[in-house]
Design a protein. Structure first.
Ligand code: R5P
Length: 316
C-alpha cells in the first residue's frame, strides 16, 4: 500500500472557521495558502508551504458566492496537483448544485454531474462530503467518495430532550427513509409531507401528509434549508393538524433570500443545523437556534482516510 507523507490541510475563502475547527480537532495547523481574486474577478491560488508528496486535504464547501467558491476549489486542486501533492482529497462539506441531479424536464442540465466532472478533471483523487441532496450523486464520480452524515448528531440532540410524544416528519417524500432511520434512533413515529414545487421557482408548498401529529412533538427534518419555503409550509400544515410543538432540523443551512425572516415568523419552537457552511446572509432573531459542529466528524474521517482506516466504522 502506498504510504503518503504527513497530512496537509488547506482552505479557500468559503468557511475558514470550519477548517480551523477541523485542524484543532486534528491537533495540527491549517496550511498557509493565498486564495484571492484579481480586480478582473479571476481567482489566484498559491500554496505557501511545501506540499510535495503530502496527503493534501482541501476543505471548501460550495457556498455563497457559489460559483466563485467552486472555482477556488477547482483552482486549489489544480495548484496542488502541479505542486506534486501525493494525494488530493477535496473535502466538500456542502455540495452545491445537488438539486440538479437528473434530467426531469426537457433541455435541462445535470449540473451535479458537471460539478463532479470538474472536480475530477481538476485533479482530485478523492472526495469527502456530507449529506448530499441525493445519494446517487456519489455515482457521478469515478474516484472514491466518502459521504458522511450529520443526522446521527441531530438525532442525538433530540434524543437528549426526551420529548414526550415525538414524531419525525420528512419534509418531503424523498426524506421518508431518513425520517424512519432517525425515528428509530429516538424512538419516535414518523410522518411524511407531500410537497409540491411550482415549476423551476423557489416556491414550495406542503399539500398534505401521511401520519398523525395531533398533540405530538414534531421534528421536521431536511437535508438543506434554502429559502425556508419547504419547512415553513410544513410547519403551517403541522400546526393546522394540531401538532403541540414543531422543531426543525437540517444539515445545511443555506439560508438564502428571506429565509431567516420566513422562519422567524413561522411557529417554530427550535431550529437545529450544522456548521457545514457559514451563515452569510443573516441570523435568527426569534427562533431559538442550535448549531451542531461537524468538525470532529470531518476531522475523524480525514484521519481515517490518511491512515487507511474505515470511515464506515465512524457510524457503527
Ligand atoms: C429539496 O428537495 C430539498 O431537500 C429541500 O427541501 C429544499 O432544497 C429546501 O428548499 P427551500 O428551503 O427553498 O424550500
Amino acid at each position: 500500500m502506498r504510504v503518503f507523507q504527513e497530512m496537509a490541510v488547506f482552505t479557500g475563502n468559503a468557511h475558514r472557521d470550519l477548517a480551523e475547527a477541523v485542524c484543532r480537532h486534528l491537533e495540527m495547523p491549517l496550511g498557509d495558502c493565498e486564495v484571492f481574486e484579481f480586480s478582473n474577478e479571476e481567482v489566484f491560488v498559491r500554496y505557501l508551504d511545501n506540499i510535495r508528496e503530502r496527503d493534501v486535504f482541501i476543505i471548501q464547501p460550495i457556498v455563497s458566492p457559489v460559483n466563485t467558491r467552486l472555482m477556488e476549489l477547482l483552482i486549489m486542486i489544480d495548484a496542488a496537483k502541479r505542486a506534486s501533492a501525493g494525494r488530493i482529497t477535496a473535502v466538500v462539506p456542502y455540495y452545491a448544485y445537488g438539486r440538479s441531479d437528473k434530467k426531469d424536464q426537457p433541455r435541462v442540465p445535470v449540473t451535479a454531474r458537471l460539478v463532479a466532472n470538474f472536480i475530477e478533471v481538476a485533479g482530485a483523487d478523492r472526495v469527502l462530503t456530507l449529506d448530499m441532496h441525493a445519494g446517487q450523486i456519489q455515482g457521478f464520480f469515478n474516484i472514491p467518495l466518502d459521504e458522511l452524515t450529520a443526522f446521527p448528531l441531530i438525532a442525538e440532540h433530540f434524543r437528549q430532550k426526551n420529548l414526550p410524544a415525538p414524531v419525525v416528519v420528512a419534509a418531503d417524500v424523498g426524506r421518508a427513509k431518513l425520517a424512519r432511520e432517525i425515528a428509530g434512533r429516538i424512538d419516535a413515529d414518523i410522518a411524511i409531507v407531500d410537497k409540491k414545487r411550482e415549476g423551476n421557482t423557489d416556491h414550495a408548498e406542503a399539500l398534505t401528509m401521511i401520519g398523525e401529529v395531533e398533540g405530538r412533538d414534531c421534528l421536521i427534518i431536511d437535508d438543506e434549508i434554502l429559502t425556508g419555503g419547504t419547512v415553513a409550509s410544513a410547519v403551517r400544515l403541522l400546526r393546522t393538524r394540531g401538532a403541540r410543538s414543531v422543531r426543525v432540523a437540517c444539515v445545511h443551512p443555506v439560508m438564502a433570500g428571506r429565509a431567516f425572516e420566513v422562519l422567524d415568523t413561522s411557529e417554530v419552537d427550535e431550529i437545529v443545523y450544522t456548521d457545514t457552511l457559514p451563515l452569510v446572509h443573516g441570523s435568527f432573531k426569534k427562533v431559538p437556534a442550535s448549531v451542531l459542529s461537524v468538525a470532529p466528524l470531518i476531522g475523524d474521517a480525514m484521519h481515517r482516510i490518511h491512515t487507511g482506516g474505515s470511515v464506515g466504522a465512524l457510524f457503527r
